[in-house]
Ligand binder design. Sequence first.
Ligand SMILES: Cc1cc2nc3c(=O)[nH]c(=O)nc-3n(C[C@H](O)[C@H](O)[C@H](O)COP(=O)(O)O)c2cc1C
Length: 223
Amino acid sequence: MSQLFSPYSIGSLELSNRIAIAPMCQYSAVDGLPTDWHTIHLGNLALSGAALLIIEASAVTPEGRITPDDLGLWSDAHFQALRPVIAAIRRHSPIKVAVQLAHAGRKASSQVPWEGGANIAPDQPRGWQTVAPSALPHADGETVPLALDHEGLQRIKDGFVDAARTPWAWTRSSCTPPMATCCTSSCRHWPTGAKTTTAVRSRTACVIRSKSSTPCAPPCRAR
Ligand SMILES: Cc1cc2nc3c(=O)[nH]c(=O)nc-3n(C[C@H](O)[C@H](O)[C@H](O)COP(=O)(O)O)c2cc1C
């Protein structure tokens, strides 16, 4: 058997093969909430035979969205809206589902790619004031981000923590199979000379965890 189709583990997350679907922003959310598009798009990918499906970058705070149409996970309403999407996947596929938690920092408030992807100034329709560890714009002429103080950084850190914890609540409270949570940030693109604080560094961690599935009763047992 090809190694590609052999099982693999990431920590306690057991994958039936080595095919993982990378997170892919769809720019199809409304106020951070998933739409029918997400059910169709993710549902289609869930039937691919891959072992792991990573849901697109999902902002942990509203201003952390790359574009106004990004998916978000900053409130209970956002989690509740995603639940039926996950439930539909669970009914029809054994694929493990992860979500990429994100904050776009100074790269936030941008147009969707098919509108050019340019930075949207805070005073323009659909734009907002970006925030970052330092007041350094992503590119000349783009919005200067508001440099966050410790409290501001802590708020974003809390957003990551809250978003990472909530899927665990799903696994405990329902018969949903394991859900992995991948936390990432825009730290790869950290500006030179940026302030580093404990809060900032803590955002650089990439965590992939899973929890043992609890016995399922129909109809949510994964096929
Ligand atoms: C439509 C599209 C959306 C993407 N959205 C994300 C995203 O939400 N988060 C992310 O980290 N990467 C995103 N990427 C990058 C992919 O996850 C991946 O890293 C990239 O396609 C390179 O993959 P490869 O090295 O396997 O070719 C996106 C790529 C595409 C084509």
